[in-house]
Design a binder for this molecule. Structure first.
Ligand code: KG4
Ligand code: ZN
Length: 349
């Protein structure tokens, strides 16, 4: 069997990603090229993703990005053997753009289609890194919409160990940041501001740290951040929040919030490792780009002889490469059931 080419399209939220992955007859899949357009600048003025604008922008970007990845890889559209797209979860209208374009290409080229679960893409993305993991491992999936711990025994063999009962870790970063008057998406901004602050300046809750299970809860943290801002007379006061003299206080609050989120993520990951007896952990999703999380998890795991794997920094947040890769790995393990029927079966939830 010759090498197969997988085209991956991601359009679940506010990034349009397209990638081309090669799947050799034997051995791991390789990323040939990938291209990304982030809508962050467009949504920033609204303080969050505007679904209608997101869909419209995906429509504008997806074909040029596909042309770009094919050109960069020196391939043509008819060379593609499988067209993969994000089936969900995500924004319905945004997902429909990727699915619609994928289906149209599939019909026009008479090529099979495969809808991919967005989180499986994140989960498998570390396999594109220079130091890919081996099965089995514990996965910590931390994105803007999800926070989950999973036991992963192979492609498609996922056992949920715990998840958030309310907000996701990324949401905790984003909502706290928004309260502090930081731009969207708050995670990276809050984390940057935190470098100027003291992590022990504010007392913030570590919800469910001792719950005895592997679930998370982050809604209380956002409420606590709000309470501190009310006490300082800063809540919703845009001018005061942006004032230079407020910055040290906000930096302290940012550092304290980040420390609380990271501590819970690290301790629960260690608990999952202990519960499963596994010696390997994979971190994926946008919050996996957080430096403090990486530092603290690396330190804690080094002491316990546990190996930690991350996706390449630029593949932590949404991208097409992880969608093409997940499809390729499913194909390789015989799990994929590609279809030539364009069914537009997006699953927003
Ligand atoms: O995986 P992702 O790109 O999209 C979803 O599938 O949700 O994750 C986006 C999330 C956002 O909440 C963003 O604030 C967060 O990841 N994020 C970070 C950092 N970079 C991205 N959070 C904390 N620190 C970062 N450096
Ligand atoms: Zn994502």
């Amino acid at each position: 069997l010759a090498e197969r080419l997988v085209l991956g399209i991601e359009s679940s939220c506010d990034e349009t990603g397209v990638a081309l992955v090669a799947l050799p007859a034997q051995g791991p899949a390789r990323l040939l090229s990938h291209a990304l357009h982030s809508q962050i600048d467009m949504h920033q003025a609204y303080g969050g993703v505007v679904p209608e604008l997101a869909s419209r922008d995906h429509i504008r970007r997806v074909v040029p990005l596909a042309r770009q990845v094919l050109a960069e890889a020196g391939r043509a559209l008819p060379d593609v053997d499988l067209i993969a797209y994000t089936r969900g979860p995500g924004l319905a209208g945004a997902l429909l753009v990727g699915a619609g374009v994928a289906c149209a290409l599939g019909v026009a080229l008479d090529k099979p289609l495969l809808g991919v679960h967005h989180l499986e893409g994140h989960l498998l993305s570390p396999f594109l890194s220079a130091d890919p993991p081996e099965f089995p491992f514990v996965a910590l999936l931390v994105s803007g919409g999800h926070t989950q711990l999973m036991r992963v025994d192979g492609v498609g063999c996922y056992e949920m160990l715990g998840e958030t009962v309310d907000d996701a870790a990324g949401e905790a970063f984003d909502k706290s940041a928004k309260l502090m008057g930081l731009p969207y998406p708050g995670g990276p901004h809050l984390s940057k501001l935190a470098t100027e602050g003291r992590a022990d300046a504010f007392e913030l809750p570590r919800p469910m740290l001792h719950s005895g299970n592997l679930d998370f809860s982050f809604a209380g943290l956002k409420t606590a951040v709000r309470t501190h801002l009310v006490r300082q007379n800063l809540l919703d006061d845009t001018a005061a929040l942006a004032a230079a003299e407020t910055r040290p206080l906000l930096a302290d609050l940012a550092a304290s919030a980040q420390a609380a989120i990271v501590e819970v993520l690290v301790k629960k990951s260690l608990a999952a490792l202990k519960a499963t007896g596994l010696k390997r952990v994979v971190v994926a999703g946008g919050v996996g780009a957080n430096r403090l999380l990486r530092e603290q998890l690396d330190q804690a795991c080094a002491r316990r002889g546990v190996r930690v794997h991350y996706p390449e920094m630029h593949l932590c947040t949404d991208n097409g490469a992880m969608i093409a890769l997940a499809a390729a790995m499913r194909l390789q393990t015989g799990l994929a059931q590609p279809t030539r029927e364009p069914v537009f079966d997006v699953k927003p939830r």
